[in-house]
Design a protein around this ligand. Structure first.
Ligand SMILES: Cc1cc2nc3c(=O)[nH]c(=O)nc-3n(C[C@H](O)[C@H](O)[C@H](O)COP(=O)(O)O)c2cc1C
Length: 378
């Protein structure tokens, strides 16, 4: 694995290994991808103050959130139909999560069932909800998630409508997804992906397909597409509170006003996110929104961050700004796309090593000691 020391190396390998449409599905942002660039640039602007002469340091990376312990303060963000990126990616990453005691978040539009992922994640599963139009489906999804050992619910709020992803369009991906001669030709040029897909079976919306009126891919895809167009409002959120007893986090809140309303509604945490630059091209980077939202909601409410995190340095930067936890979407999926089922472990190892290294460079052994770690002017 020495050939891929950084997440960026895995991205390059994933580009070479995946059919064009599968790579673009994972990699693309919305519009002209200004937001994608802003996410990275915002991290680049956060400087940390090096501190030395503190003797031998052994950074402790363990973290806790909502009363549960984790191996580190980062985890895997929900990625819909990850099996399109690499067959079986959901299960492989849930197993990584279990091995490293990191959370794995299963998407409502996942390519594997809630029950199988609950088992593979070994207590490390979180569940992401796109609120279905049919509320009885929401009730059932949440009951299944609870029975399968998922401990935290992320309710995604930032998809009021599906967004335009121009690179996906150019690659020939349609929504709902379907197989065209063009996509088949792209697949034929990447035998490793195609053989793995033939062995594993065509990607399917296994999390949701049981609710669809018919089982063929086209019907299920059309059903899922229709259901997950968000109908979410504050009244629906109040009802969700009665269906889910565990910690509830809103994913995609980016304004002080929404954050305050969420707090008043009894939400336990916020995941500041612009969906990895996939929804609103003019959205700020979550790390830019963090300070104001923290000031508004206070220290009690859990604040997490995703979008643009690619290395351990970014994780420490987000924590130094006041985040409690960090999620990564593409980084872990580049790993599986590049290296197959073992790729998630490799990404976890890179991130742990980088995080440990950065903590030592700024003279800290615990995340609780990060106050004052930002360089002045940052
Ligand atoms: C291919 C892809 C699919 C995604 N699917 C979902 C999803 O089903 N539900 C969701 O809440 N977020 C989804 N997201 C957003 C991620 O959960 C996360 O917010 C984003 O990937 C973070 O940015 P990063 O990829 O730069 O780490 C998706 C992101 C990608 C790249």
């Amino acid at each position: 694995m020495r050939r891929y020391p950084m997440v960026e190396d895995l991205r390059a390998k994933a580009r070479a290994r995946l059919p064009h449409f599968a790579f673009e599905y994972l990699d693309a942002g919305t519009g002209t991808e200004e937001c994608l660039a802003r996410n990275r640039a915002a991290f680049g602007r956060i400087a940390l103050e090096p501190r030395y002469l503190r003797g031998a340091l052994e950074p402790d990376l363990t973290a806790s959130l909502f009363g549960k312990s984790y191996g580190a303060p980062f985890g895997i963000a929900p990625v819909g139909l990850a099996s399109l990126i690499w067959p079986g990616a959901e299960r492989a990453l849930a197993q990584t999560a279990s091995r490293f005691s990191l959370p794995y978040t299963l998407s409502t539009v996942g390519g594997e069932t809630i029950e199988r992922i609950g088992e593979a994640a070994g207590g490390m599963g979180w569940f992401q909800l796109y609120t279905p139009r049919d509320e009885t489906v929401a009730v059932d999804l949440l009951a299944r998630a609870e029975r399968s050992g998922f401990s935290v619910l992320l309710v995604t709020v930032d998809v009021p409508v599906p967004s335009r992803r121009e690179r996906m369009r150019r690659a020939g991906i349609t929504m709902p997804p379907g197989v065209s001669p063009r996509l088949a030709w792209q697949a034929a040029q990447k035998p490793a992906w195609t053989l793995a897909t033939l062995r594993h079976g065509q990607p399917r919306f296994k999390t949701m397909e049981t609710y669809a009126p018919a089982r063929d891919l086209a019907s299920v895809a059309a059903y899922v597409h229709d259901q997950v167009h968000s109908v979410l409002d504050w009244a629906y959120l109040d009802r969700l509170r009665t269906y889910w007893k565990g910690p509830m986090v809103l994913k995609g809140v980016m304004s002080v006003a929404d954050a305050l309303q969420a707090k008043a509604a009894g939400v336990d945490g916020l995941l500041l996110s612009n969906h990895g630059g996939r929804q609103l091209d003019a959205a700020p980077a979550p790390v830019e929104a963090l300070a104001d939202i923290r000031k508004a909601v206070g220290d009690e409410m859990a604040l997490m961050v995703d979008s643009g995190v690619r290395c351990g340095l970014d994780i420490v930067r987000a924590l130094a700004l006041g985040a409690d936890f960090v999620l990564l979407g593409r980084a872990f999926h580049y790993g599986v796309a590049a290296l197959g089922p073992g790729g998630g472990d490799h990404v976890a190892e890179i991130l742990l090593e980088e995080t440990r290294n950065v903590m030592a460079q700024i003279g800290r052994e615990r995340f609780g000691e990060l106050e004052g770690a930002l360089a002045s002017g940052s």
